[in-house]
Design a protein around this ligand. Structure first.
Ligand SMILES: [Zn+2]
Length: 75
């Protein structure tokens, strides 16, 4: 899989899931596509995708790192 150009995404590396029960950021260059892993397309389909160009910016906005594609989750 790769970076997306649909939903709110326009090729940015990081995608944050704005779903209040998730609040995670994913690294699309290291996306994991297994069942119950990143599920990026489901996030976009739900309209919960928010683009970021840096992981730190997403972290600073309150998003935790996805355990599958980034790791080091602080949760
Ligand atoms: Zn992920």
């Amino acid at each position: 899989m790769a970076r997306r150009y649909k939903g709110h995404m326009n090729g940015e590396r990081y995608l944050a899931n704005t779903n209040p029960s998730k609040k995670e950021v994913h690294d699309l260059d290291n996306e994991k596509t297994g069942r119950n892993e990143c599920q990026i397309d489901e996030i976009i389909s739900a309209g919960n995708d928010k683009p970021y160009n840096s992981q730190k910016a997403a972290n600073d906005a309150g998003y935790n790192n996805c355990t599958h594609c980034i790791g080091d989750s602080e949760r």
